[in-house]
Design a protein around this ligand. Structure first.
Ligand code: HSE
Length: 311
């Protein structure tokens, strides 16, 4: 007999990874969002409770990222199965850690499981992108794809969607430092320039190619040299107090590279050991304190599996 209820977890993700604006992201082991989905006897899709959001997220099923993703899945399947969704938000809203993506992905993975897994993980990505569309007006895939598939995922093309999982060295550690600021993705996308000088396109292309090659070889120095962003970071870093200093400090204690996680304000660094990743977290946290900003620090290996059903 198929289960009627299931719990699922979807991890935080780092989108862009400096040079891969809207086309590259990776997943970490924690933190992440959880959901409990319970099938109903009717066709209603209902968000019955949200915990941990301080009442900020909508319970309206047409506006909530978890239910919108589930609606999109059911529509494709031609199913009128109803479901209750209970959401446990562990990821701060507007943090740059893929919060809206995680809620949508957790709900999708749970719903797909309850239906007997009719869709493969890759095929859930387009439904998870609907969560991003409802959350910030842009259906980018650089959070939802690694959240569903794990590891580093390249969005080679959007139309049609072509995702490539990068075979990476497993022993990389990510440090995420979330200063207690909220930055809406919609706002931090609006400030970006719609067109780019050719020289910036050339620089960014070199870095994304270098980063991917560095991850595959692996060549840690190449990864470090390539973790640069000339498109979004020069504009968005203005929202993050002490940004240049944060980078210098993280690199001083051994991080390979440093940048803005997604649309910020969370910053991330990548290191080759747990000790260096912890040291990076500590110095970044101390720097933020100089601006009276408390922050949360998370150190994790790269998550190679993505979201998971928990029971
Ligand atoms: N690639 C997106 C951005 C990620 O930087 O706007 C944010 O969700």
């Amino acid at each position: 007999m198929k289960p009627k209820s299931v719990r699922a977890f979807a991890p935080a993700t780092v989108a862009n990874v400096c040079c891969g604006f809207d086309i590259l992201g990776f997943a970490v082991n924690y933190p992440g969002d959880e959901v409990i989905l319970t099938l109903r006897d009717d066709s209603k899709i209902s968000v019955i409770a949200i915990h941990g959001d301080n009442g900020k997220l909508p319970l309206d099923a047409n506006k909530n990222t978890a239910s919108v993703a589930v609606q999109s899945l059911l529509k494709e399947l031609g199913s009128n199965q109803g479901v209750n969704i209970e959401l446990f938000k562990n990821l701060a809203l507007g943090s740059g850690m893929g919060s809206s993506a995680a809620s949508g992905v957790a709900a999708l993975v749970a719903m797909n499981h309850l239906l007997g897994n009719p869709l493969k993980r890759e095929d859930l990505v387009r439904h998870a992108m609907e969560s991003e569309r409802i959350a910030c007006g842009s259906a980018h895939a650089d959070n939802v794809a690694p959240c569903l598939l794990g590891g580093f995922v390249l969005v080679r093309e959007y139309h049609p969607l072509d995702l490539v999982k990068i075979p990476v060295a497993h022993d990389l550690f990510c440090t995420l430092v979330h200063p207690h600021l909220e930055l809406k993705t919609e706002d931090s996308r609006r400030v970006l320039k719609p067109t780019l000088p050719l020289k910036d396109v050339i620089t960014q292309s070199g870095n994304i190619a270098g980063l991917i090659l560095g991850l595959i070889k692996p060549d840690f120095e190449l990864i470090g040299r390539s973790l640069k962003d000339v498109i979004a970071e020069p504009i968005r870093s203005a929202f993050i107090p002490g940004f240049d200093q944060l980078r210098s400090k993280a690199i001083e204690v051994g991080a390979l590279g440093f940048g803005i996680s997604g649309s910020g304000p969370t910053v991330f660094s990548i290191s080759t050991s747990y000790e260096k990743a912890m040291a990076s977290g500590e110095v970044i946290e101390q720097e933020f304190l100089k601006y009276q900003l408390a922050s949360d620090v998370f150190v994790s290996k790269i998550n190679m599996e993505g979201a998971r059903v928990m029971e």
